[in-house]
Design a protein around this ligand. Structure first.
Ligand SMILES: [Zn+2]
Length: 451
């Protein structure tokens, strides 16, 4: 179709077409890699699954955002449509990124969306299934390729660095519900609308100096479990659909999802693909509403701190596990055997090294990234202590080793405090000082980045 425009020599036209250029506060680069497994693979997250995946509903992606401040300090944030990167993969990827690109561990954040329609990974939830040798090899092969993919992804994002501005804002979404339902026989996974929840949808916008959207990083504290155990097609669940919808509406921009402190939060309602798409559309619409509104400029040098704290497990003895060897539940037997092997090797598992990271962008924004499946109490307490402004509290970052209960959740018991530790291959619940130790470490990393 041809429509006659104004005369080409017109100075008014030239003015109208000349892009308004903004001074850049940072350099930023983005990259995406498709990480959909290329062969049937066990999907993680539901112990009831008994065979590998059957096709793809939505490609899985890993995405990286590289940010360089005016002092030349580089920071890398990686999002993945995966159940949870274990330390064995995250540490290897971070070490290779440090070696190849000179970015220190504290300036690398690796987050997992916790999709339950993504592949099982080596060293994550590895007592959940008893795999055949073939199925185990598929998982090992996928995990090795993933490591290479993530290092290459980092390089691509760094190669894309160009002048950029950052903006931060918040929205709200309401499809997450507390899933720890009190029943006469204890806390069960269900629906508990009276339980604590977090509606916050933090949004970090990255624009070029022409003002165009280049990337958006957004988060939500809710399990990617709209799709349940009987679903065998690969997808990123609601977070995958939200990223897809935003990228469709903003061609050329990269949308990245960060999983926040949603260890005890489920989408509601759940159970079908249309519901996963609907929750994704709800979240995408809210992110785009925030993008279109007034956002706070993010400025200043980037400082980061990364600290590992040992979390103790509740005391156990050899007898704790020998007494379970005859249990009718095969998972309990598998777990007892694994724990006894550790005793036999002379290293009963007493504690776990837990990572806590803070990345501050001047005084504008602090990203606090906790490891594991931290429950919502963590973000609520962080915001009580530090205020809710200019803060993004992620979980599922740098290592997903277990659920991370607050003292309240630990005392109440239930899946997040106890049963899930079986699947993760941890000896049992954490000791009562788990929340204290994590917060003592949060206080340290926050102080080190000047918050
Ligand atoms: Zn989970």
């Amino acid at each position: 179709m041809h429509t006659p425009g104004p005369p080409l020599g017109s100075s008014i036209l030239v003015l109208a077409l000349a892009p308004v250029l903004f001074a850049a506060s940072y350099q930023a680069g983005v990259a995406t890699v498709v990480i959909t497994p290329d062969e049937p693979i066990y999907l993680s997250g539901y112990a009831s699954r008994d065979h590998p995946s059957e096709g793809v509903a939505l490609d899985l992606k890993a995405k990286a955002l590289a940010i360089q401040d005016k002092l030349g300090q580089r920071t890398l944030i990686v999002s993945t449509d995966l159940i949870g990167l274990p330390r064995s993969i995250a540490d290897l990827v971070a070490a290779r990124i440090e070696k190849d690109y000179g970015i220190g561990r504290a300036h690398i954040l690796l987050n997992s969306s916790h999709t339950h329609t993504g592949p099982l990974l080596a060293n994550n939830l590895n007592l959940m299934f008893e795999l055949s040798a073939h199925d185990q090899e598929v998982v090992e092969r996928y995990s090795r390729q993933l490591t290479d993919n993530l290092v290459a992804l980092a390089g691509a994002a760094i190669g894309d660095l160009g002048p950029a501005n950052l903006w931060f804002g918040n929205g709200q979404a309401h499809f997450a519900v507390n899933r720890r339902e009190p029943t006469p026989s204890g806390i069960k996974i269900g629906v508990n609308p009276a339980g604590p929840t977090e509606a916050d949808v933090p949004v970090l916008k990255v624009t070029g100096i022409d003002g165009r959207l280049r990337a958006v990083l957004f988060g939500y504290a809710c399990h990617n479990t709209t799709l349940t155990g009987e679903f065998y097609r690969i997808s990123g669940d609601y977070a995958g659909f939200a990223q897809r919808d935003i990228e469709r509406a903003h061609p050329g921009a990269t949308a990245m999802f960060l999983m926040l402190c949603g260890g005890d939060q489920n989408p509601n309602p759940r159970g079908t693909l249309p519901l996963a798409e609907e929750h994704g559309a709800t979240l995408a619409a809210e992110v785009m509403r925030v993008l279109a509104g007034k956002m706070q400029p993010v400025r200043g040098a980037v400082r980061a701190a990364f600290q590992v704290v040992d979390l103790d497990f509740a005391y156990h003895t050899r007898e704790t596990f020998t007494s379970r060897l005859q249990d009718p539940n095969p998972v309990i037997v598998r777990h007892a055997q694994a724990m006894l092997r550790a005793y036999d090797e002379g290293h009963p598992i007493r504690h776990y090294p837990y990572p806590v990271e803070a990345i501050a962008f001047g005084k504008s924004l602090t990203v606090l990234a906790l490891g594991g499946e931290a429950v919502v109490d963590y973000v609520l307490r962080v915001k009580k202590e530090y205020g809710a402004k200019g803060i993004l509290v992620a979980a599922y970052s740098n290592d997903v080793m277990s659920y991370i209960p607050s003292l309240r959740v630990l005392k109440e018991g239930g899946y997040e405090a106890n049963e899930s530790m079986l699947y993760y291959g941890r000896p049992g619940p954490y000791a009562d000082d788990v929340e204290d130790r994590i917060f003592a470490t949060i206080h340290k990393v926050m102080a080190r980045v000047g918050r």
